[in-house]
Design a protein around this ligand. Structure first.
Ligand code: NI
Length: 186
């Protein structure tokens, strides 16, 4: 379901446009796609600042030998309650753990809790990636039962998803569909 595209003119310095075209060529695609991505990025950053509903991944590398750290990380995640949608934990080596925490909730609150977690002693690396472009008109709630309508191309991975409800089976033609992307035009 792609929206109609509107054409409009943009004025900019020729030198800036040349440099931008170099960037476009390096990443592939067209000028229009590149501008749309910039616009989407600006819109999403603005929504994040205003505390819009968002999903986020927080990636941590930490030393599990540091006293109380594992317990504090677990406690912070329990405090988040249903805002933690899934976690992935890998024992990287003798001392380091990699943890990816998938969260959903108000963007500003997710950012604040991520800042607290990353600041904990023993966390060697931490970074959050936020996405606030969720379609607010889609038929899903924002409470613990929230689940954006989507299909998996393959069986779900073995990570634990806290709030996933089993849905009735659908015909193969429907379940094989991938999530739609906006149609690309140049
Ligand atoms: Ni570990």
């Amino acid at each position: 379901m792609s929206e109609r595209l509107v054409r409009f003119g943009i004025a900019m310095e020729a030198s800036l446009l040349r440099e931008f075209d170099d960037v476009v060529e390096a990443r592939g695609g067209t000028r229009s796609e590149a501008f749309r991505d910039l616009a989407r990025g600006a819109v999403i950053r603005s929504k994040i600042r205003r505390g819009a509903e968002a999903v986020a991944t927080l990636t941590l590398v930490y030393d599990h030998h540091v006293r109380d750290l594992t317990e504090r990380l677990t406690q912070l995640q329990h405090d988040l309650g249903s805002r933690v949608r899934s976690t992935l934990h890998i024992h990287l080596d003798h001392e380091s753990c990699l943890e990816v925490i998938v969260m959903q909730g108000r963007a500003d609150q997710l950012q604040a809790i991520a800042d607290r977690i990353v600041a904990l002693k023993g966390v060697k690396h931490g970074g959050i990636e936020l996405y606030a472009g969720l379609d607010e008109n889609q038929h899903h709630g924002h409470g613990p039962e929230a689940a954006v309508e989507h299909h998996h191309a393959a069986p779900a991975a073995s990570v634990s998803a806290a709030n996933t409800r089993r849905k009735p089976k659908k015909a193969p033609a429907e379940t094989s569909g991938r999530k739609r992307k906006p149609a690309k035009i140049s």
